[in-house]
Design a protein around this ligand. Structure first.
Ligand code: FAD
Length: 424
């Protein structure tokens, strides 16, 4: 079959891999100048490794991603360094990336709250019954079972940071999925995520896959004619891996029932400012700062990449990410990089009083209006099907990996699942 895949993120690349291995003619259309999608990386001339535009790592439990890497023969390039995550309590930072450290965290006091925190964590780790949890919200479930104090100290700040005004709408299955599947061990690829993408693209090219970069698809018709700036091409099957909103606009021929399902899906945008700086920001060696919104910071997380990976890989530069999730109409999506810098740099002094804006050697701003789906109650009944009502047209996105939270692992899973359906 002649197959078009729209999008060279990990869902599209993984689908293309399975389709091409089965002997199909596959073309990938990608609107940007590089493959990798949200996991795309960039590199300065003096760096050996690339840095991701949006901070990325794998969990030790990411079986689909690690399995694919093994199949491709690149497992020896996966690394799991040991980083330190910290949480704030009364203006001070406390290590928070293992159960013993979480139990030592002073924010919960001693006694019953610590026990409730531990029991809830254990329950979510052991139970598989997420279906019951999607009938309630994180806010309601946690208040009931973990208690107000534990919820307000541990989970509510993270929920507010990630989902802003929608945090009370998120269903409990979303939290279950995070607690159930994630590990504190964080992995990466020698050379960065872009190096993995490039290795995978090399395999795809050997299999005969054609990758058309800087080729945004404008429209797909009912007869699977794909239109881009320089022409049109007809295919036997098409897989779209963009956001639901883009699919809706790209395929006006989709029936109203499917279109309205796409439009009903909610999501948050993501904004990440990356800095290369001349000195270490967290001299304690902390990697990930979880920042409660109440503390008045303009972002949700500060991530010092070079407290996870040696600055040696980046020509001695120290790499900092300042990240946030916001509604797609937030001013962060309109502001210039200079305006964002003005807002984001001063608070870094609260992390290291010696920090000075003159430390900044270079900065990069990555923004996406589709960065984090927001699953509301009973979301499973609202997931658009991978096989769309148009014969031969398939859709695989972050909004459909539910109950799992979005991530490269699940992009691989859904991409390969979609490829299987296309070949059935
Ligand atoms: C801030 C942030 C942090 C994250 N951290 C992690 C992490 O630590 N670990 C992890 O595993 N995951 C993380 N993720 C999630 C992960 O990046 C995504 O789940 C995954 O990359 C999604 O892959 P995808 O292929 O489904 O979509 P995408 O990567 O979005 O790929 C879609 C592709 O389609 C292209 N496209 C769009 N429109 C068109 C068009 N008209 N024509 C042609 N091409 C088009 C896009 O350019 C893009 O390349 C993070 C995401 C964000 C935003």
């Amino acid at each position: 079959m002649k197959i078009a895949v729209i999008g060279a993120g990990y869902a599209g690349l993984s689908a293309a891999y399975d389709l091409a291995r089965s002997g199909h003619d596959v073309v990938i259309y990608e609107s940007t100048d590089r493959p990798g999608g949200l996991a795309v990386g960039f590199k300065e001339p003096n760096w050996d490794w690339s840095v991701e535009g949006y901070y990325h790592h794998w969990f030790a439990s990411d079986e689909h991603m690690l399995g694919l890497i093994e199949e491709l023969g690149f497992s020896e390039k996966v690394r799991f360094p040991r980083p330190y995550t910290v949480m704030m309590h009364k203006g001070k930072w406390y290590p928070f990336d293992s159960i013993p450290q979480a139990l030592m965290y002073p924010g919960l006091g001693w006694g019953i709250n610590k026990i409730r925190f531990g029991l809830v964590g254990l329950y979510l780790r052991l139970t598989n019954n997420w279906q019951a949890m999607e009938k309630t919200t994180v806010d309601a479930w946690m208040r009931k079972w973990a208690g107000n104090k534990v919820y307000e100290t541990m989970w509510e700040p993270m929920m507010k940071g990630k989902f802003g005004p929608h945090y009370k709408d998120v269903n409990m299955a979303w939290m279950w999925a995070r607690m159930h599947a994630r590990t504190s061990r964080l992995g990466t690829y020698v050379g960065g995520f872009q190096a993995f993408t490039d290795d995978m693209v090399g395999v795809l090219k050997d299999l005969g896959v054609e990758i058309c970069l800087e080729t945004p698809v404008k429209e797909i018709t009912e007869s699977l004619e794909v239109t881009f700036d320089s022409g049109k091409e007809k295919y036997d099957r098409v897989l779209v891996t963009t956001s639901p909103g883009l699919l809706s606009r790209m395929v006006p021929a989709l029936p109203d029932s499917y279109q309205s399902g796409l439009k009903d899906l909610k999501s948050m945008g993501a904004v990440v400012l990356t800095l290369s700086i001349s000195s270490q920001l967290s001299t304690q060696g902390y990697y990930w700062y979880n920042i409660p919104k109440e503390q008045g910071y303009p972002f949700l997380a500060v991530v010092e990449h070079t407290n996870y990976l040696s600055p040696e890989y980046f020509g001695g530069d120290h790499i900092i990410y300042c990240g946030d999730y916001r509604d797609s109409d937030h001013p962060y999506f309109e502001m210039s990089k200079e305006q964002i810098l003005e807002e984001f740099l001063p608070p870094l002094k609260r992390i290291n009083p010696d920090f000075d804006p003159s430390w900044v050697k270079k900065s990069w701003l990555y923004r996406t209006k589709y960065g984090q789906p927001v699953p509301e109650m009973n979301h499973s009944g609202r997931i658009p099907s991978i096989q769309t009502p148009i014969q031969g047209l398939y859709f695989a996105s972050m909004s459909q990996v539910y109950p799992w939270d979005r991530g490269t692992n699940f992009a691989v899973e859904i991409g390969r699942r979609a490829a299987g359906m296309m070949m059935d």
